[in-house]
Design a protein around this ligand. Sequence first.
Ligand SMILES: Nc1ncnc2c1ncn2[C@@H]1O[C@H](COP(=O)(O)OP(=O)(O)OP(=O)(O)O)[C@@H](O)[C@H]1O
Ligand SMILES: [Mg+2]
Length: 362
Amino acid sequence: MILKNISLKNFTNYEDAYCEFDENINIFVGDNAQGKSNLLESIYYISTISSSRKNKDKELIKWSRDYFSISAHFLNKFGENKVAVKVIGNKKEVYLNNYKIEKRKEYIGYLITVIFNPEDLYIIKGEPAQRRQYIDNELSKTDIEYFVNSIKYKKVLEQRNILLKEFTRKRVSDELMNIWEEQLIKYGTIIIRKRIDLIEDLKNISRNIHYRITENSEDLKIEYQTDIDIENIEESYRKLLKDNRKKDIERGYTSIGPHRDDLEISINGISAKKFASQGQQRTISLSLKISEIEFIKNKTGEYPILLLDDVLSELDKKRKHKLLEEIENKVQTIITTTDLNDIESFFVDKGKIIIIQDGKVI
Ligand SMILES: Nc1ncnc2c1ncn2[C@@H]1O[C@H](COP(=O)(O)OP(=O)(O)OP(=O)(O)O)[C@@H](O)[C@H]1O
Ligand SMILES: [Mg+2]
């Protein structure tokens, strides 16, 4: 996939901006607080129609304005496309090739981006919920069934949790509980299967990439963690829900299922969550992101667009070099920096330099 250009109106600190991209390497250069991350965020936004930093749409409207709009032209296997988004207050309108998109799932797969931003370090050190969010985001980019099932699962989970809480006031029949649990198992099993498939694929790809970036010194391993027996998901899931029903009633929430699972990440057999250094955390999350690019290519036949925000700080020279080598000549990349000297000359020479100053593309 290739992003050709983007236009912004009243998006964060941009009033009116237009930017064209090279199909290989693009480098946003500018001092702090000029709008590099915001411009990258606008690209992520038009690919998922949501913020990568979990900002509310409203917060992306330029202060004291009442709307923002973004439009972009991009190439994918279907040809050239135009996407346009407008957010006014709480209302959002999305058009793909001038047709109105009513539901997000209609747009899945058209323009796929993989973004690395400093918040992604939470994948390693953060809470399980952040790792689940990472997995959910990645799968939802290419897999409509996953996206739809996740929404259904959340609704059923809410219902079961409401029933659990009702139990303390009046007894709810076992039959009713069984019905909701069967629904949970139905949607939850699909979610778990797809997550395991993703992690299995990512595991092999990321291990190789991480070996290359660290010059064979770090053996990266990722593993999906769940209480459910993955050899026999449905049966084990059913049994665990029943076995834990009493406990769940006492706690008022459901303790088993994909909403409780986690991702275990280790380096040379040692937990990354507990022991990885800053640079190691950054390298791991980058290896995962680059693996994701390969995963998406395998699934869709196309490379997504890679967005790298403030990626090179904390990496030593060798790792920087290896990282840039991994992405060179492969995928359209947009990278931000405050200083071109931070980026190796072979990369800068090939790249399109885009200067960002005070909410303007110069
Ligand atoms: N809704 C908004 N309206 C106006 N300005 C905003 C809005 N949201 C964010 N900003 C401002 O945009 C400015 C640029 O932010 P951005 O994160 O893009 O900077 P940056 O160039 O990436 O800087 P750094 O090098 O520090 O990462 C910030 O000063 C921020 O306060
Ligand atoms: Mg920034």
